[in-house]
Ligand binder design. Structure first.
Ligand code: NAD
Ligand code: WQD
Length: 340
């Protein structure tokens, strides 16, 4: 019988790609999502790619009674991957309590249910935002976390601490915290991808929507940073590569390979790229000219950050494989598919 995995937020951007990779690896997936930031049609895309429609429950993870009913309906869940969270940095500044309630309550409910239902492993979607602007680059997992610059970022730090405290208090499960750098791109089939609501705040969806003529112009936020071309540097990680890290993390916990009860891994490529390099590469690989303009800095932006992924490479046995060219092309193909 296939091993059953609960994927919260599974119709979202990273959750849908992870569901595909889990199903490809032979796992049975149960998705729980309240569709607050995703569309039920994503299930069609997952089914078209894998030939399997995952079980789906429209449930809000902050609703303990409804969540418990999911565990009763699908007995034998072995691990949870918790993507369900609110993730817009700007909105979190405007509505901090919504972010604290949604992200923390979801986590606490899941952690409380795990021992009751014998769930053995927990993967948490953390973020490089916990490092702030590091003094030394690239960042390793030992790089100190800094005071969060937004309520969203703070929820990631607090959630990491809650998981660590719960596990150290002899909770009968293991946890892996994956600190994602900047996830981008889409499945190469162009059947699933990122679906931002409204005006995208992140770079790549803004780039693809500008290229598609949905947005008039891309604003490049600043060219006066202390970087080679003056624009900010990030570590852009292909979403399918990122999805595969979750499969490896689940396998690691369920096969007793974890070295500690809570493990932390950076999930990045180890390569920093500037905003202008992304713009150039996008134009090169797609042949589409981007209308962009250099404007002032965006408040709160980190100047530069990229991962040292050595621990994920050597200990987790995962490595980013996709080139940035293929990744940007996949983002563009996905954007094009939305118009069809
Ligand atoms: P997403 O918004 O596409 O996916 C999150 C999903 O969770 C959505 O489908 C949403 O409807 C669902 N959801 C939210 N609150 C819920 C609740 N209370 N109950 C049930 N479902 C709920 O976001 P994503 O980009 O796929 O991110 C997934 C996770 O990864 C999030 O925890 C996010 O904070 C984290 N993360 C994302 C990035 C990024 O840049 N995309 C970077 C680092 C970490
Ligand atoms: C990337 C670069 C912008 C848009 C955010 C969150 C972080 C994490 C990932 C979840 C920056 C520049 C952007 C635009 C631009 N999420 N940019 N024009 O800021 O690295 O991280 O998403 O955990 O917590 O803060 O990602 O995609 O917004 O920006 O020039 O229209 O692109 O200044 O340098 P960021 P991003």
């Amino acid at each position: 019988m296939a091993t059953k995995i609960l994927v919260t937020g599974g119709t979202g951007y990273i959750g849908s790609h992870t569901t595909v990779e889990l199903q490809n690896a032979g796992y049975e997936v149960v998705i729980v999502d309240n569709l607050s930031n995703s569309n039920i049609k994503v299930l069609d895309g997952i089914e078209a790619i894998t030939g399997i429609r995952p079980a789906f429950e429209e449930v809000d993870c902050t609703d303990m009674t409804a969540l418990k009913a999911v565990f009763d309906k699908y007995p034998g869940i072995k691990a949870i991957i918790n993507f369900a969270a609110s993730k817009a940095v700007g909105e979190s500044v405007q509505k901090p309590l919504l972010y604290y309630r949604n992200n923390l309550t979801t986590l606490i409910n899941l952690l409380e249910l795990m021992p009751q239902y014998g769930v053995e492993g927990f993967v948490f979607s953390s973020s490089c935002t916990v490092y702030g602007q590091p003094e030394v680059l690239p960042v390793t997992e030992d790089t100190p976390r800094q005071t969060a610059t937004s309520p969203y970022g703070n929820t990631k730090k607090i959630c990491e601490d809650i998981i660590t405290d719960a596990v150290h208090a002899d909770a009968p499960f293991k946890a892996i915290l994956l600190r994602y750098f900047n996830p981008i791109g889409a499945h190469p089939s162009a059947k699933i991808g990122e679906l931002p609501l409204g005006v995208p705040q992140n770079l790549i969806p803004f780039v693809t929507q500008t290229a598609a003529g949905i947005r008039e112009q891309l604003s490049v936020f600043g060219n006066d940073y202390n970087t080679p071309d003056g624009s900010c540097i990030r570590d852009y990680i292909n979403v399918v590569d990122l999805a595969k890290a979750h499969v490896v993390a689940v396998e690691r916990m369920l096969t007793g390979k974890s070295l500690e009860n809570v493990e932390v891994f950076n999930v990045g490529t180890g390569r920093g790229l500037s905003v202008l390099e992304i713009v150039d590469t996008f134009q090169k690989v797609t042949g589409v000219k981007l209308n962009y303009k250099i404007v002032g800095r965006r408040e709160g932006d980190i100047e530069q950050v990229w991962a040292d992924p050595t621990k994920a490479n050597n200990v987790l046995g995962w490595k980013a494989e996709a080139s940035v060219e293929d990744t940007l092309l996949s983002a563009w193909r996905w954007q094009e598919s939305l118009a069809k």
